[in-house]
Ligand binder design. Sequence first.
Ligand SMILES: Cc1cc2nc3c(=O)[nH]c(=O)nc-3n(C[C@H](O)[C@H](O)[C@H](O)COP(=O)(O)OP(=O)(O)OC[C@H]3O[C@@H](n4cnc5c(N)ncnc54)[C@H](O)[C@@H]3O)c2cc1C
Length: 377
Amino acid sequence: MKTGLRSQWGTAPWQRRSPFVDGTTPRAVPSATPEVAIVGGGLTGASAAYHLAKMGIQAVLFEAGLIGDGASGRTGGLVLEGTAAGIFDKVDKCVLGLQRLVEEEKIDCDLALPGCWEIEHRRDTAERMLPWTDDGHPVAIARKVSGGVVQPVALTIGIVEAAARLGAVIREQTPVTRIDLRPELSLEIEGERISPGYVVVATNAWINAALPDAPPLHTSLTFACVTRPLDSDSLSALGLGEGVPFYTSDLPYLWGRTVPDGRVIFGAGLVFGKPVTLEAIDVRAGSSAAVLDRLQRRVRALHPALCEVRFESAWAGPIAFAEDSVPLLGLHPANPRVLVSGGYAGHGVALSVRAGELLALAIAKNLPLPNWGALSH
Ligand SMILES: Cc1cc2nc3c(=O)[nH]c(=O)nc-3n(C[C@H](O)[C@H](O)[C@H](O)COP(=O)(O)OP(=O)(O)OC[C@H]3O[C@@H](n4cnc5c(N)ncnc54)[C@H](O)[C@@H]3O)c2cc1C
């Protein structure tokens, strides 16, 4: 059984239903000049590989750890529309796109789309209240937006498996150690150099780590914990019996969701640092342990049904914020054959799948990318 990277970040509750085996057996050495090399095996890279393969372009995907070892395997799995900065052209139907892909490839990933509650810390008799006291404040359901939940590791691996079936080559445990943009576009992998036609950089919080002249991104760990399974009476008492996920649209920030077996995930908190600093953080120690402790105390104070709840696990994962929370999606200014997408903040599950499709369309059909974020400067 292969083991992932970054156990210092704790254990997310997502089981690997089918341990992914490299898309080629025996381990094929990818061509020295593949049409497209994808760096990063989260949802963005998986989706780019899948959509390229579907359009007849063979891509090789390089993942430093296991598929889903970054944010995609540690996310809460709330499926949300658009971006953290709003719903923009080209990403206004991410949820529908995700649903279609899951249905078409028959991916078993517990996708459910009951909508998502935006909650706020106030009392409003005209609106439905959650029976919670969060940080001393009442909590109202301000609106329901489109979206839902998914088991994110099953989704990521399902997309990768579909990509591999269509001819993509998947290389886990193969970090790209260097990207050269000029004079010739090349990647360094396991001491060898390859010269792909295009490179898709899908490393999200690690974009600054391997890419020269990378756009500015603020990277952080964000935190979550999961309760032991609660019975249906307790879930109903909490107002969570309908399985609708939620996030606050004001501060203090909190998000959460139920899992089909009755566990409840809650998340909040950020610890900022450069990728290399974040990699070294052990969530059982120091300021990260303090953030997790605060989160768990906050959850226990939400409602009497939670006051003695036991937590099964707690963990952190990396996210990246681009300027004004507008994600990066475009061509690298120094080399238009390098395409970059990431920096989705805590809003990337459905968006990254759509971003992967847009990257593939840009390569296969020459469709323009929106050139959002600092890439456009
Ligand atoms: C705790 C947490 C909760 C979240 N909750 C939600 C949520 O509920 N809803 C939502 O929409 N979004 C949420 N997000 C954000 C969402 O998970 C991410 O935006 C999304 O998963 C990003 O996918 P990605 O493929 O771009 O990046 P990642 O999944 O981070 O993938 C990047 C990959 O690149 C690999 N890599 C890095 N460097 C190299 C290299 N040099 N060579 C090869 N591979 C490399 C990494 O190992 C990693 O697997 C959450 C994130 C976290 C951490």
